[in-house]
Design a protein around this ligand. Structure first.
Ligand SMILES: [Zn+2]
Ligand SMILES: [Zn+2]
Length: 312
């Protein structure tokens, strides 16, 4: 099972600013002066050793993840990252029809605003099916493309499948299951299993109470995942200040992953106000927390970033 992140920002797209780019260049040049680089051939090695927040960016596009499993293409959420995925799919397909199964967690803008810009929807041979437990998903997406807000109506190529709140179904030999999360207006987690690999997408969720009992239903659903993608929009302090805003943090994610025997956790839905340095600090603190609590668990931690991929 192959997983690739196309959009990892929460709430609203937040592209890298000119100021942030200049700060990265300045930091890199200062480190290069300290390192005393003298030859061109040293540069690429030096860049590889730069701190993550200087060398890279988490990216500004909102929620979209690509999964390739059992010969099927599944897409989780259709935020602004969905636009670039669409362009990439057209290039990759080299004129062959594209079949995509698009699982929508909920219809907040950061999860659907790429849909009007998804170029494969305007090619009639493509088979593009949306799945969600919202019975009115098609109406909601039509609203998004009401002429008052967008000049082109929802592409007729899209098909819709309505799921139950806790449903298990097949896409080829891929098993997909849904589970409700705590979020204003609702949100759903998806568990995707193929062969012996299990992937969980659990974005836009707040875990209240944090007792073993209150976490248990979620831990049961996440149990044994090879990869859990987890909403960690806030720091712990902000999560307390923003109670009922429907998001979580890295520490809750680690507790949950340990409870559920998860192998890898990738933190996503990054707060748009956080820059790469802050996101790097959050991952660093998460690693410290894991090392203090249960280093022997072997849980691997990742910060989701655009273009980051892994094969389970
Ligand atoms: Zn969101
Ligand atoms: Zn949301």
């Amino acid at each position: 099972m192959y997983v690739r992140f196309w959009g990892v920002r929460g709430s609203i797209a937040a592209p890298l600013t000119n100021e942030a780019l200049s700060a990265k260049i300045e930091a890199a040049v200062k480190l290069a002066l300290k390192a005393g680089l003298t030859d061109d051939w040293q540069v690429s090695e030096f860049i590889k050793e730069l701190p993550w927040h200087v060398r890279q960016t988490a990216g500004g596009d909102t929620a979209c993840i690509e999964i390739q499993a059992g010969g099927k293409l599944l897409i989780l959420d259709a935020g602004t990252g969905f636009r670039r995925l669409g362009l990439d799919l057209i290039q990759r397909s080299m004129g062959s029809p594209i079949e995509a199964h698009i699982l929508i967690t909920h219809t907040h803008w950061d999860h659907i605003s790429g849909i009007p810009f998804f170029a494969p929807a305007f090619m009639p041979d493509n088979a593009l099916t949306f799945y969600s437990p919202y019975s009115g998903l098609e109406d909601r997406l039509n609203h998004q493309q009401n002429p008052e807000y967008f000049p082109v109506p929802l592409a007729p190529a899209f098909k819709f499948v309505h799921l139950n709140e806790r449903e298990r179904f097949q896409i080829g030999d891929v098993t997909v299951e849904t589970f409700p999360l705590n979020h204003p207006g609702g949100s759903y987690s998806y568990r995707i299993t193929q062969d012996d690999k299990m992937f969980i997408y659990a974005t836009d969720s707040e875990y209240q109470g944090l007792s073993a009992d209150s976490l248990k239903p979620f831990a049961d659903f996440f149990n044994g995942a090879d990869l859990l993608i987890f909403d960690a929009q806030y720091t712990m302090l902000e999560n307390v200040e923003k109670e009922n805003w429907g998001h979580s943090n890295v520490f809750t994610g680690i507790d949950m992953a340990l409870e559920a025997g998860v192998k890898r956790i990738a933190f996503t839905h990054h707060e748009p106000a956080y820059d790469d340095e802050k996101l790097g600090e959050i991952l660093h603190k998460a690693k410290e927390y894991l090392n203090i609590n249960q280093p022997e668990a072997g849980l691997q931690l990742y910060l989701a970033s655009e273009g980051f991929s892994m094969t389970l």
